[in-house]
Design a protein around this ligand. Sequence first.
Ligand SMILES: Cc1cc2nc3c(=O)[nH]c(=O)nc-3n(C[C@H](O)[C@H](O)[C@H](O)COP(=O)(O)OP(=O)(O)OC[C@H]3O[C@@H](n4cnc5c(N)ncnc54)[C@H](O)[C@@H]3O)c2cc1C
Length: 390
Amino acid sequence: MSGGDTSGGDLHADVVVVGLGAWGASTLWRLAAAGVDVVGVERFTPGHPLGSSHGGSRMFRTACLEHPGLVPLAQRSGELWAELSQVSGRRLVEPTGGLLIGPRDGHVVEGTLAAARRFDLPVELLEAGRVREEYPLHASLPDSHAAVLEKTAALVRPEQTIRAAVEAAVAAGARTLTGTAVEGIELVGDGVVVRTAARNLRAGQVVVTAGPWLSSLVADLPVEAVRMPMTWFAPSGDPAPFALDRFPVFIRELDEGAIWGHGLGADLGPAGEVKLGLEDGGSAFSVVDAAAVDRSVSEADWAVLTRLLPDAVPGLGAAPTRAAVCMITRTPDRQFLLGRPRADPRLVVGGGCSGHGFKHATGVGEALADVVLGREPRIELGFTNPNRFG
Ligand SMILES: Cc1cc2nc3c(=O)[nH]c(=O)nc-3n(C[C@H](O)[C@H](O)[C@H](O)COP(=O)(O)OP(=O)(O)OC[C@H]3O[C@@H](n4cnc5c(N)ncnc54)[C@H](O)[C@@H]3O)c2cc1C
């Protein structure tokens, strides 16, 4: 089975995974690797540029400032990224090191240090003077700021990893329907019916990993889709300081929010361009209907960023050379939703990535597979319980 399912007739499986983006592709892989009879359904083609998982690169960190409880998930994901790289024979992860920069007592530096302390991670605190000396593109850092250097931070290639996970799942026995939209999910008796235009899929359980489209398939979840542009800039002069080894991946907290980015590296997006964007929070990202998101880009999408850049990251052109629209799925507390809504034994959701979920995709896939299989979770993820909001 593969693209544009038109054959009709009910299809039976133990489990259906709806949405083969970052989290769904990994879930499909981990379920198939566990010997489960599983079908994955994807509206587009795995690795497409219309959801949350495109643009050539995603930052991988283990000292997760978003929640210390994410550290074990990132560590496990790192192991599984290595396994997927090996299985696929592709270079999915690019080691770069990373800098988490901001006020010494601010959210980025303190959050990273808290996560590192709790799990005894080997990070290094660099005072402002040392940052300015060793990373000249961050020369504007004031004395009251600092950076945490995480040497094991890296970049992951999103499109390639999704394709690799789907291929690994198929090699392990999974079936896939791509170019096939799920139109509805019904919980019936002790199973589920997953409806597509061509046919019904009948299974004991469904895992819904539909990213920004999640709320269109599962009602009453506290998620909203948010439109988030990505931008690439060309150096205005010498490109050498922007090489990945001199300008590693970073998040920098500023008065007006935070910016993230990374330098020039082969195969990480358009050649010769530096990728930069704004973190969620404090800036003008809009809540959208994922099915009707405006994919056109305009100056309004990078106005805040370009105002901050001359000081924050000097040496770049005044406007991006390229921009693209991406989306995240946000929850009220900015943590994931992983598990069974209303404790229903037929339904599992994996969503609410809140803009920091790619690095964890393989660990999330394994955790969701554990939920499906009723296994004791390897990692304590109680803070991602989808029922925590009451
Ligand atoms: C600009 C930007 C930068 C980011 N940077 C980072 C970073 O550096 N590090 C990090 O860890 N995270 C980062 N993130 C977050 C990360 O990319 C997301 O957390 C992750 O991609 C979420 O994956 P997902 O599987 O939830 O969604 P998606 O990958 O969008 O997958 C959902 C899939 O479901 C499919 N689908 C939806 N509805 C249906 C349907 N009805 N029928 C069939 N299929 C359906 C979609 O087509 C899609 O393929 C960033 C996000 C953005 C937008």
